[in-house]
Design a protein around this ligand. Structure first.
Ligand code: NAP
Length: 294
């Protein structure tokens, strides 16, 4: 069996087109959606992520002002800045790009974002609402994007065994939570595996759907995958590649060529989960603006 590719780039561009329509509709009704993507300092990866998010906003007709703050900003100045955005009627969504430079306290900054504007879904109020099954809560973008990918390939998790490898608060744990909820496009039996799990291969082979978010290049080999499984590879890892201009290439957590021969569907890296994360962030921004407009 050679797995079909789950084309996250294409699916994300469909979602972004839907977002652009909604943004236009809201703008015509007097509320142009606005997202503040706050970048503190000069971390190169964070700069790239924020630039991509801003560009995606602009393409979708979402207002996205520059929010670049110096690395030596004090905690209280940063909290004041967040407070101003909380009060700004042109801003409906706020995200603070992580990690923040030392010694800034990320948890305190996250707590200061108004839950109604927390489009990243990281505020404890939104986490709690999500865990209690409140479908109106903002869901973190990457896990929501994974559920959306499953929807768009018509793979209903209901009754299936989903194995999630990795239990971070931004990917593994929330995706396990979302897919086990008593909701449409969920209702799965979920196993959450991590670094203390004995025999990842044995656990992996149980998964009708295998979601891998651990951050180790080519960690999942074909023998760890149930034949016919749907494989979602969240990992983004740099490996040296002297044939590339940059000297490296990006690979996932799944050994793509081998696993493709075992799975029924598989996401590529890049071009799988990654583009969905931005698309779902834009979707959350529309949801936030829609509430303010109502
Ligand atoms: P993280 O916070 O570092 O968490 C990694 C998880 O993997 C932890 O739960 C850890 O277990 C587990 N783990 C690490 N090594 C393991 C091993 N050898 N065997 C079993 N489990 C192991 O990572 P993250 O933030 O979730 O990110 C994971 C990957 O996804 C990274 O490559 C990241 O770049 C990528 N990512 C991509 C997107 C996207 O939009 N495409 C978004 C977010 C993240 P413990 O809990 O026991 O330590």
């Amino acid at each position: 069996m050679t797995a079909e590719l789950i084309d996250g780039k294409q699916i994300a561009s469909e979602i972004r087109a839907e977002v652009a329509e909604s943004a236009l509709d809201l703008t015509e009704r007097g509320t142009r959606p606005g997202l503040a993507a706050v970048l503190v300092g000069d971390d190169p990866a964070s700069q790239v992520y924020v630039r991509m998010k801003k560009r995606a906003c602009e393409e979708a007709g979402i207002y996205a002002p520059d929010m670049h703050l110096p690395a030596d900003i004090s905690q209280s100045e940063l909290l004041d800045r967040v407070e101003q955005l909380n009060e700004d009627p042109k801003i409906h969504g706020i995200l603070v790009q992580l990690p923040l430079p030392d010694p800034l306290d990320e948890a305190e900054v996250m707590l200061r974002v108004r839950p109604e504007k927390d489009v990243d879904g990281f505020h404890p109020v939104n986490v709690g609402r999500m865990v209690s099954g409140d479908m109106d809560a903002f869901r973190p973008a990457t896990p929501a994007g994974i559920q959306e990918l499953l929807k768009r390939i018509d793979c209903d998790p209901q009754g299936k065994h989903v194995v999630v490898m990795g239990r971070s608060n931004i990917v593994g744990r929330p995706v396990a939570e979302i897919l086990s909820q008593k909701q449409p496009w969920a209702n799965a039996t979920v196993t959450l595996a991590h670094s203390r799990t004995h025999d990842m291969g044995e656990i992996g082979r149980l998964g009708d759907i295998l979601i891998v978010a651990i951050g180790r290049a080519d960690f999942v080999t074909p023998d760890m995958v149930k034949p016919g499984a749907v494989v979602i590879d969240v990992g983004v890892n740099r490996v040296d590649d002297p044939t590339r201009e940059k000297g490296y290439r990006l690979v996932g957590d799944v050994e793509f060529d081998g696993v493709r021969e075992v799975a029924s569907w598989i996401t590529p890296v890049p071009g799988g989960v990654g583009p969905m994360t931005i698309a779902m962030l834009l979707k959350n921004t529309i949801k936030a603006a829609g509430r303010f407009a109502a």
